[in-house]
Every structure is written in C-alpha cells, then in structure tokens.
Design a binder for this molecule. Structure first.
Ligand SMILES: [Zn+2]
Length: 160
C-alpha cells in the first residue's frame, strides 16, 4: 500500500492529520494523531443497521471517502475511450506507469491518486459518505414510527 501523505510503499496505519483521516506510513503518522486500527476493522465489515446506530453515538461526524468497487474497469474503459496508453495517461498526471498498471489490475489506489485520475479522465472514482450521528438517529426514529403504524393497522384489521 502507498502512504497517502508521502507516497512511500509501506505498511499503512490510519491517522488523523490536520483533521483529515489518511492511510499513512509510520513516519507520517507521527505528525498526526494515530487512530485505533480496531475502528478500521469495524467499518470494513458492512454492519447491520443496529450496529451502525450504536457506533455512531461514539464516533464523531466525519466524511468518509471510499474508492468505488469497480475502479479498475472504470479507469481502463475511460482511458481507452480517450485513446490513451497507460504510459501516456501516467505521464499526464505525473505518476509512474507501474502504479497505473497495478491499479488497472485491481490494486486500490490512494484517494489522492484517484482524485488525479478523476480530474484528468473526467470520471467518478471516489464516493463521499457523511456519517453524522444525528442522521442515523433520525432514521432510527422513522423506522420505529413506521413499525408502530403497522401495528395499529393490524389491530384495526382485527377489529373489523
Ligand atoms: Zn508517509
């Protein structure tokens, strides 16, 4: 994996640097606040709704940036549409061809690399999720109300 901050190939850890959550190498992480690696594990598993509500109470609201799952095919098809070789595209965004080769083969790029491709190829690779406890709370309330509504309807039906 490549460090989001310095681009070095290294074992990465999550750290908060200038208020932004990044995947960085040990050296860069020392400039920011290291985040609990356990939190990362929890977020990678798609949690059930109840678990998300419980977690959102603990976690601060944040914007989560995620690379889309089909990034490799999106990049490749858009590159070919524009008639660019891997080499030409890499030169255009000032990156090594070897990185693009790996990315098109399925290696997830860093957010900053994906942003460069987004701008140059005019496509979407990064999705942002705003995770705020308030939103989840509201959603939970709606679900509960709907359930109570269903129960009342069922009782009315029984009476008839
Ligand atoms: Zn680094």
């Amino acid at each position: 994996m490549q460090c989001d901050s310095c681009g070095k190939e290294s074992v990465l850890i999550r750290a908060l640097i200038e208020g932004v959550e990044l995947r960085v190498c040990q050296a860069c992480a020392s400039y920011g606040e290291k985040l609990d690696p356990l939190i990362e594990k929890k977020q990678e598993v798609i949690p059930r709704k109840e678990e998300v509500i419980a977690e959102s109470i603990v976690l601060k609201p944040e914007v989560i940036e995620m690379i889309v799952n089909d990034f490799a095919s999106r990049i490749k098809s858009q590159r070919q549409k524009k008639g660019l070789t891997q080499e030409a595209l890499s030169k255009s965004i000032n990156e090594k061809e070897s990185i693009l080769r790996k990315v098109e083969a399925g290696k997830k790029p860093s957010i900053s690399y994906a942003r460069k491709l987004e701008n140059f190829l005019d496509l979407v690779l990064v999705k942002e999720y705003v995770d705020t406890p308030k939103k989840w709370g509201e959603e939970k309330k709606e679900v509960e109300e709907a359930t109570i509504g269903n129960m009342i309807k069922m009782r009315v039906r029984k009476k008839k």
